[in-house]
Design a protein around this ligand. Structure first.
Ligand SMILES: [Zn+2]
Length: 127
């Protein structure tokens, strides 16, 4: 945190579209399943999912947003912040420092880190 370049980091350095795609790819992998029935999303609908738009399950008719049914469903953090947390935490940056860089409360960062750690230990298709 003493590095002046690190201190100048903030979420606005990150492209929103790329952060959403990258975070969702980490969260789900490339095969997307319906949160209600578990049926795989049709291939032609996957790009729309990664654009953050409502997806439609052709099997059961469920409409859902990308984070629906995931541990980040009710998160107040946006995709840029989630991607930054995933990256910085993976590089060994502590939640205190991440909170300062993103100008967020430590509890929000710690909560996201706990979810990330829990997800690393499980099969993503189980939520
Ligand atoms: Zn479905």
């Amino acid at each position: 945190m003493n590095d002046p370049l690190v201190q100048k980091f903030d979420r606005d350095l990150l492209d929103e579209d790329r952060c959403r795609e990258w975070f969702l790819l980490w969260l789900y992998g490339s095969s997307i399943c319906c949160p209600r029935c578990g049926h795989p999303l049709k291939k032609q609908r996957v790009p729309r999912f990664f654009q953050g738009k409502i997806s439609y399950c052709s099997h059961c008719g469920k409409k859902f947003y990308p984070l629906r049914g995931s541990p980040f469903h009710s998160s107040k953090l946006d995709y840029q912040e989630l991607a930054a947390i995933l990256l910085l935490w993976g590089l060994g940056v502590t939640p205190d420092v991440i909170a300062a860089l993103l100008k967020r409360q430590k509890v929000a960062i710690s909560g996201a880190v706990k979810k990330i750690e829990a997800l690393k230990r499980m099969d993503r298709c189980t939520f």
